[in-house]
Design a protein around this ligand. Structure first.
Ligand SMILES: [Zn+2]
Length: 177
């Protein structure tokens, strides 16, 4: 408690902070305030890991931060349903320039700050460390949580999810390996 020497948040905030998959945590203004002091989007995700992977490490612009926050509360749910697995963002926000450089889709959700990619190695790790027995089970969980969002089960093994606000699916996974 108070590990970083900062003021210790009230008990109720600590309790909600420890259950980030709940509506109560998501709706709490005190939890939000605490997260902001820590530079966290939500308890398990930081603003630093969402920054664009360009030379300048461009941060999520202020007008897109609400999108990233919306995404991360859903990621907290997904993380929990996978069995509280370790989860970190392999690719988050992209500037339009960066998106063009990496050959992203035109108007990719990554440029809106509400998308995250998880590479194959991480998805495999969730299966070995968590409660989902297979990639199909992981995708099923993502599809339920991102029911009104995007899920991309990509041939590269990358799993893309986004909180765009309407349902989009791109399933290009090839079973034969
Ligand atoms: Zn993506």
């Amino acid at each position: 408690m108070g590990r970083h020497g900062g003021p210790q948040p009230p008990k109720r905030v600590q309790k909600l902070h420890g259950k980030p998959w709940t509506m109560q945590a998501r709706a709490s203004r005190k939890v939000r305030k605490h997260l902001d002091t820590q530079d966290h989007v939500t308890p398990h995700f930081t603003w630093a890991e969402f920054a664009c992977q360009d030379a300048q490490k461009t941060a999520v612009p202020p007008d897109l931060r609400a999108n990233t926050i919306r995404l991360c509360w859903l990621l907290e749910k997904m993380r929990h349903q996978l069995g509280d697995v370790p989860m970190s963002i392999d690719s988050g926000y992209r500037t339009p320039e960066r998106n063009r450089e990496v050959g992203g889709a035109a108007d990719s959700r990554h440029t809106h700050g509400d998308a995250a990619d998880f590479f194959a190695a991480q998805v495999d790790g969730w299966i070995t460390q968590g409660t989902a027995p297979s990639r199909a089970a992981v995708v099923a969980i993502a599809s339920r949580i991102f029911a009104s969002g995007g899920v991309g089960n990509e041939t590269s093994g990358t799993l893309h999810v986004d909180a765009r606000g309407w349902k989009a699916r791109f399933v290009t996974w090839v079973a034969a390996r």
